[in-house]
Design a protein around this ligand. Sequence first.
Ligand SMILES: [Zn+2]
Length: 281
Amino acid sequence: MEMNIDELRPHASRIHFTKTSASQINAIRRALLSDVPKMAIDDVEFHLGPIRDEATGKDYDSSTSLFDENVALRMGLLPIPTDLKQFRFKDKCVCKGEGCANCQIVYSIDKKGPCTVYSSDVVPMGDTKLTISEPNIPIVRLGSDQALLVYATAVMGTARTHAKWQVAQSAGLGYQPHVSVARAKECSDGCLKKIPTLCPGKVFSWTDGKLKVVNENGCVFCEACEKSCSHGSIKVEGDPTDIHFDFETDSSMTAREALRFALNDLRRRLEELRDAVVSIG
Ligand SMILES: [Zn+2]
């Protein structure tokens, strides 16, 4: 297998694999989706009863337009910044599950209506580098007499337990297209003429009176070209050994960090499998 990173943005990447197969790339896809750990809010403590504004002396109602469970669920889905070198799973931490700076982050929200509570209102207690990098995710709208006062604890987990611990999103693979034009005797110009305008990927162009393939990578396998010529002049094939792979992260970590962890973890598990098979003899 050979690998070339075509595009590497902070939270998205496109990788070109050659001399490979769909099953190998699918193993990487599944490792990215299920095995990369991240921090996510797992416990939310709501203040119940009146919430007093010390400056004005006004009492606010602690109930909002959403059930507390919904607010907690939305907070669970926020992309909590995760440094994989720093954070540990709680049960494997040196604190033996008690909770410390290496295995949990405590956030608070203290907002009074009328307003919309956003992810930027979820404030880390301690290190400001743990501030959520996406500030505009709405959580709940507060009426003029409503307030929200909560403490939330984020811990490490993986998407094998719950989707809120899923780092990678929109992970998908596609074969490299190979498009060829071999004009059949039966083809009229009318038969092929419309193909450049039919093709959404701008794959074809008329050059010197001939239909030519000018942008093979633009092909999305829609088959519009093949269907427009009933004489079989156009052939579109996908190469199963030559694969493009795309994925994004939820911004809790960079695409590079997620990919590095997934590849190392996959290698570790394959080595364990190999050792187990060898030990059977
Ligand atoms: Zn700990």
